[in-house]
Design a binder for this molecule. Structure first.
Ligand code: SF4
Length: 122
């Protein structure tokens, strides 16, 4: 289950998911099960990214296959690229990529809050 599936499941359970400067906010707390909490903990970084940037496109800069010092993609075949090279300016652009795998924590100016922040409830 990915963050998008989890987001849909939480919404279907009557929960709302949003983010503020402190991190994820999922509520109302009375509807949160232990399973919800475990799933949120497991997918916290992806869920936070999804809530902050609901656009399904991704950035190489937030992909664990991106090698910024070498300007390369370590998963270029799965990504559908002919070669490994990724120009630095392209790494920041939103794109659809089948090879993308999120980093443990988002980076860049669009990562407005810390992914290390746990879910909070209202
Ligand atoms: S797998 Fe896709 S998103 Fe990840 S670095 Fe390669 S091209 Fe970029």
């Amino acid at each position: 289950m990915g963050a998008r599936d989890l987001h849909h499941r939480l919404q279907a359970a009557g929960l709302h998911v949003e983010a503020d400067a402190a991190g994820l906010i999922v509520g109302p707390a009375a509807l949160l099960s232990d399973e919800h909490r475990a799933d949120i903990r497991e997918h916290r970084a992806e869920l936070l990214r999804l809530v902050l940037d609901p656009d399904p496109r991704v950035r190489c800069l937030n992909c664990r296959h991106h090698r910024p010092l070498a300007f390369r993609c370590a998963n270029h075949r799965r990504a559908g690229l002919m070669g490994q090279d990724i120009a630095p300016d392209l790494a920041a652009l939103l794109q659809s990529c089948p090879g993308h795998a999120p980093r443990a924590a988002p980076c860049g100016p669009w990562a407005r809050t810390s992914a290390a922040t746990g879910p909070t409830t209202r």
